[in-house]
Design a protein around this ligand. Structure first.
Ligand code: PXG
Length: 449
């Protein structure tokens, strides 16, 4: 099929995720046909630096034959077997071992799923089981954060704090949301440090309001990704640690975006010195090459689930799919052997931080923040008051479209521009990224003037 035929058939038969079908019908889809290294190419031959690693997942870029070969070989040996009913496979065991090695010391167990959303469903099941097995059935409530993203299943979307999603279904009634640590948008007159403390204290207030005896867990992303690369003020996580230290409440860190090196540490929990009981993962575990997710479980929680007896009535057909597990092993081997995460921490992360910060000098940028291999730009009409251009976020959409036209995939979340380039990006490619972003900002400023 040629481009027009593909677009017509796409419109006829394909229901896309998170898409306004009316807009899609008018504009047509962008057909991506090839990718290599840190670049993708569309059907017109337009080549773009992929500033989003696919969808925050192709951290090693698109050309890793070790991963695709591992999948292919596994498919030709044992393409499928399940891990139900006293069965197992070597890839599942080997990946579980490797994960125990790269995760924080107390985390030595994993429950595999097919995605991050399924993994957050699994978290709810494990949390409930953990408290029930200890005769604490009143511990039912899970606290999450406004504007967090935890997936799109009913559990994932309920845990998430996206009001636009909540309007389109009935969220679970035992989930409560507290303040997100988004200083630029919600910090008002407070300093970032004051606001970090304030946001963490709203968790304490919520726990007290609900009664700590009723609260089962708190779930949060180390840095909110889909919510707009919300990097918390430095005071936030230490204060959350203090708050949770007062109560017997489980901490779930959703590492779907920040796991496997994006901060320059293996997990966001390592970066922030947190000790979660559970960690959600997906995406970059297979470099996005094969669907795989799961939840990593610390010894305290796993011991209760394993030792108390009785069946844990939960699981998915594709839990521990052998080809997915081989993809995961190949990915972890590359990350280790090539010291990719150290390079982000010591070389490319600091270089991105320096170059990205220069974008704050652009007349329409109110803040340029970055950490490891993520960055965000807040587009504003007026810098001192942080006032936006308009309520419809036309600046963000315009900047995104111009950026793609210029050969850089940069996302817009409202009027916040976000990037999460592959961890293998070179310093020369960081220069290319920043130059292309600057040009997109120039074009946006000119169009809005
Ligand atoms: N938790 C977090 C923190 C995520 O970012 C999920 C869970 C769900 O994972 P699955 O594999 O079920 O999609 C995610 C996924 C965006 C965007 O617009 C972000 C995600 C997915 C799709 C779009 O930034 N994150």
């Amino acid at each position: 099929m040629n481009k027009t035929e593909l677009q017509q058939q796409d419109r006829k038969h394909l229901l896309h995720p998170f898409t306004d079908f009316h807009d899609l019908g008018r504009q047509g889809t962008r057909v991506i046909t090839r990718a290599e290294g840190a670049y993708i190419t569309d059907i017109d031959g337009h080549r773009m630096l992929d500033g989003m690693s696919g969808l925050w997942c192709c951290n090693l870029g698109y050309s890793r034959r070790e991963i695709s070969d591992a999948i292919y070989e596994q498919l030709n040996t044992l393409p499928f077997y399940n891990s139900f009913f006293q069965c197992t496979t070597a890839p599942a065991i080997e990946l579980a071992d490797a994960l125990a090695e790269v995760t924080p010391a107390a985390i030595n167990n994993v429950f595999f799923t097919g995605s991050g959303s399924e993994a957050n469903d699994t978290n709810l099941r494990i949390i409930r089981r953990f408290w029930d097995l200890q005769d604490r059935p009143e511990k039912r409530i899970v606290i999450s954060r406004k504007n967090g993203y935890h997936g799109s299943t009913i559990a994932g979307a309920s845990l998430g704090g996206m009001s636009g999603m909540h309007k389109q279904f009935q969220p679970l009634d035992y989930i409560e949301h507290v303040q997100q640590p988004y200083w630029f948008a919600e910090g008002g007159d407070m300093s970032p440090e004051e606001f970090g403390i304030y946001a963490a204290r709203t968790l304490d207030e919520k726990i007290q309001e609900l009664g700590p005896e009723n609260v089962a867990a708190f779930i949060a992303e180390p840095i909110q990704g889909a919510g707009g690369v919300v990097i918390p003020p430095e005071t936030y996580w230490p204060e959350v640690r203090k708050v949770l230290g007062q109560y017997d409440i489980l901490l779930v860190m959703d590492e779907v975006i920040f796991g496997f090196g994006r901060t320059g540490a293996w997990f966001g929990a390592d970066y922030y010195g947190m000790k979660p009981d559970l960690m959600t993962f997906a995406k970059a575990v297979t470099n996005g090459y094969f669907p795989l997710g799961g939840t990593l479980v610390n010894d305290r929680v796993a011991e209760v689930i394993k030792s108390k007896g009785g069946e844990f009535t939960h699981g998915y057909t594709y839990s521990a799919h052998p080809a997915a597990c081989m993809a995961g092993l190949a990915t972890i081997n590359i990350l280790r052997n090539e010291k990719i995460i150290d390079t982000v921490r010591d070389v490319t992360g600091p270089y991105l931080a320096k170059r990205w910060a220069e974008l704050a000098d652009h007349p329409i940028v109110g803040e340029a923040r970055s950490l490891g291999m993520v960055g965000a730009l807040e587009l504003v009409k007026d810098k001192p008051s942080r006032a936006r251009f308009d309520e419809d976020c036309t600046a963000g959409a315009m900047c995104r479209d111009l950026s793609i036209k210029n050969g850089l995939v940069m996302r817009a979340t409202g009027d916040t521009m976000i990037i999460a380039p592959p961890l293998i990006i070179t310093t020369e490619q960081v220069d290319e990224l920043v130059e292309k972003a600057w040009r997109a900002l120039d074009g946006t400023a000119a169009a809005l003037a």
